[in-house]
Design a protein around this ligand. Structure first.
Ligand code: ZN
Length: 355
């Protein structure tokens, strides 16, 4: 399966001339060397996140953090990790203040920030394994989602999480105890700030090793985004569908829908103007006149919705619904505001039945 995905992946790269991936492999799963029931459970501590919120002042955050460390993690080797993803690159860091170790490495930009944070933690463990550290270790990360994935590793069958579980187990077997601890980010905590700067420096470095394994989920997200970007480029460069484009300037924008297939079909016809109104029927050569039989002027979507004298009564009802929702009564609002879309469908059903 991975061979197939790799093949499709390289086809996609050729197709889009995208060579910015800087990676060669999609990460396969990592099978634990010991059965799950015999593997040491990681010790994850994110308890500080319960007493700290965005409103907590930096000064209080620092006091709470220091108290937490002195109560639980004194005499541990402290390691700070961080990940950074910017417009131009990705990087991770490992910082060990007591030993003056500063590691800052660039990573392919295709990686999600979640993966980058996990890679930073993995490299902290690799550093512990090859270092002379023989005591207890506290690895600090400001990524709650990464710590959560390690804590609930049974739910995350990803290569990175399994590698971390495997390394943690190896170290535990060697009687080195690791605690994975949440540290509040961007709060002025010295170790975290240093790791943050290092990760940014890593992200700014353009010399990326080309053999990084990329998690399948990140490849999938990247391909979806790249396809959508390519679709948007084509969408923007063509001159057709102007009415629809006025409502949806980019394919990245989403237009709201109603909860029935027929209703959405009606909305699409109104939005594209491709419907059985005389203006369009004349345009595609089905009838001779584009005029409204009742009003003698072009029977466009705007005329039909906003002005046609045939549907005064139904329009008044639609207007009352719009007023009750406190929204404007104009074309753009009627075709895009989720609060009135179902009433627009009702208007069509009560006037023409279907368009
Ligand atoms: Zn009319």
């Amino acid at each position: 399966m991975y061979a197939l995905i790799n093949e499709r992946f390289s086809t996609f790269r050729t197709f889009t001339h995208v060579n910015a991936l800087s990676c060669e492999n999609i990460a396969g799963n990592v099978i634990l060397s010991t059965p799950p029931w015999a593997t040491s459970l990681p010790n994850v501590d994110s308890s500080l996140s319960l007493s700290i919120s965005k409103e907590t002042s930096p000064k209080t955050v620092i006091v709470l953090f220091k108290d937490h460390i002195s109560a639980n993690y004194e005499e541990r080797t402290e390691i700070y990790t961080d990940g950074s993803k910017t417009e131009t690159g990705c990087g991770y860091s490992v910082y060990v203040p007591a030993q003056n170790i500063s590691i800052a490495c660039p990573l392919p930009r295709i990686l999600s920030i979640f993966s980058v944070e996990l890679i930073a933690i993995k490299h902290a463990l690799l550093w512990v394994r090859q270092s002379q550290v023989t005591t207890k270790v506290a690895i600090f990360s400001d990524s709650l989602s990464a710590l959560d994935a390690i804590k609930h590793s049974g739910l995350y069958h990803t290569a990175l999480v399994n590698e971390i579980i495997e390394l943690n187990h190896q170290l535990r077997t060697a009687e080195i105890t690791i605690s994975f601890v949440w540290v509040p980010g961007h709060s002025g905590i010295r170790g975290n700030e240093s790791a943050d700067q290092l990760a940014r420096a890593g992200a700014a470095n353009t010399h990326i090793r080309r053999n990084h394994a990329i998690p399948l989920a990140d490849v999938r997200s990247y391909l979806l985004k790249s396809c959508k970007d390519e679709w948007d480029r084509i969408y923007q460069s063509t001159d057709t569908g102007r009415a629809y484009k006025d409502l949806r300037p980019s394919v990245h924008d989403r237009l709201s829908e109603v909860d029935t297939r027929l209703g959405n079909s009606i909305l699409l016809r109104l939005r594209t103007t491709h419907c059985r109104l005389n203006h369009h029927l004349n345009k595609i050569g089905c009838i001779d006149s584009q005029l409204c039989e009742a009003c003698g002027i072009e029977e466009t979507v705007e005329h039909y919705l906003m002005n046609c004298r045939k549907y005064r009564y139904q329009r008044e009802r639609l207007r009352r619904h719009a007023e009750s929702k406190n929204v404007n009564f104009d074309m753009r609002t009627l075709l895009t505001d989720p609060q009135v879309l179902r009433y627009v469908v009702e208007y069509v059903r009560s006037t023409r039945g279907i368009l």
